[in-house]
Design a protein around this ligand. Structure first.
Ligand code: NAI
Length: 335
């Protein structure tokens, strides 16, 4: 059966890592067809808008997108198209695995295997109600957390634990200080946890979580948390396993799912063939799991691990002298 997916090549290193990823996927005879669509700066230049209707239609129709990173200007300019996509398709679960791989610059070469499940549609991160006073002295932001939003993300985390045989869910919050917002998240999470007596559950305040992750990451299995905390924690976790080049993420909703790398457009290395394609490839493996092709997903992950083990054509971030496409070709050969 043929499955059509929407492919967004993105900005910065996006086109390079996407070409490399599609090269590997093409070598796997998956029956995938690609529908290319633009978003972000490229779309603005070509079509005059950041998120063209044709791109929205393509994702709505195919329900699956593989997406490279998109630029968001810092401190000014347009709002994030990533946040907009997550909002418009109600992609409420952001699932970010962090796993130790061989021959990476990790301080924990074999000890990390955890998943951050981040609420993706509410909280401070979405930037609702941002204002800056006329004199530039006072800025505000609305932080809205809902019972519904909290309940469905925590349920997602526990269901993921059951489905994947994971044993423990850690609820990460700041309810000691943010008593209303983080408090509602924590209260709701505790109630959901009672429905899963087979899964161990504990709670941790977010600042302590950061320290614990650095000191003893092996104590974590699945972390579930709100949007902004999840954003920061998942990059920390990427650092534990050797950097952003190895960190994938899935944005899952009821009607659509978008798979992407955790990292951004890496303007400092764009166009130089230095970008590590593994994060997007690992996101593609998450996509294959989602498309009910778990054996193919495993084959892809195993080929990535074998290539890392052989130190074959690795990109500079992993200490190699290969480039984005030579690394991808080495992986495709192992498949
Ligand atoms: P970044 O993730 O693009 O880069 C941070 C550092 O990691 C840089 O030194 C970069 O060279 C390195 N890096 C990132 N990906 C790599 C890869 N695949 N291989 C090797 N090295 C890699 O973060 P930064 O600089 O904060 O953001 C740049 C732009 O990306 C901003 O406009 C930001 O808004 C956007 N961004 C987009 C995301 C998305 O589309 N999902 C996610 C994060 C940032």
């Amino acid at each position: 059966m043929t499955q059509t997916i929407t492919v967004i090549r993105g900005d910065g290193i996006g086109p390079e890592i996407m070409d490399a990823t599609l090269h590997v996927l093409d070598s796997m005879n998956l029956g995938l067809q690609y529908e290319f669509a633009d978003a972000g700066l490229v779309a603005l230049e070509k079509q005059g808008e950041l998120l063209p209707a044709a791109t929205m239609d393509s994702i709505r129709k195919n329900r699956i997108a593989l997406k490279s990173p998109l630029t968001t200007p810092v401190g000014e300019g347009f709002s994030s198209i990533n946040v907009e996509l997550r909002k418009r398709f109600d992609l409420y679960a952001n699932v970010r695995p962090a796993k130790s791989f061989p021959n990476t610059k990790s301080r924990f070469p074999s000890g990390v295997d955890l998943i951050t499940v981040r609420e993706n549609t509410e909280g401070a991160y979405i930037g609702e109600g941002q204002t800056l006073s006329a004199d530039g002295e006072v800025a505000t932001l609305t932080q809205k957390i809902t019972r519904r939003g909290s309940e469905r993300i925590v349920r997602y985390a526990f269901e993921l634990a059951r489905r994947t045989g994971r044993k423990k869910v850690t609820i990460v919050h700041k309810a000691n200080i943010l008593k209303s917002t983080s408090g509602l998240f924590l209260k709701t999470a505790r109630a959901v946890a009672t429905e899963y007596p087979d899964i161990e559950c504990n709670e941790m305040i977010v600042d302590n979580t950061c320290m614990q992750l650095v000191m003893r990451p092996e104590q974590f299995d699945i972390i579930v948390t709100t949007n902004l905390f999840g954003d920061i924690i998942s990059d920390l976790c990427a650092g534990l396993v050797g950097g952003l080049g190895l960190a994938p993420g899935a944005n899952i909703g009821t009607d659509a799912a978008i798979f992407e790398a955790v990292h951004g457009t890496a303007p400092d290395i764009a166009g130089q063939g230095k970008a590590n394609p593994c994060a997007l490839l690992l996101a593609a493996a998450q996509m294959l799991d989602h498309l009910a092709m778990p054996e193919k997903a495993t084959r892809l992950r195993e080929a990535i691990i074998a290539t890392l083990e052989a130190k074959d054509s690795l990109t500079p971030d992993l200490g190699g002298s290969g480039n984005t496409m030579s690394f991808a070709k080495a992986i495709a050969t192992r498949i």
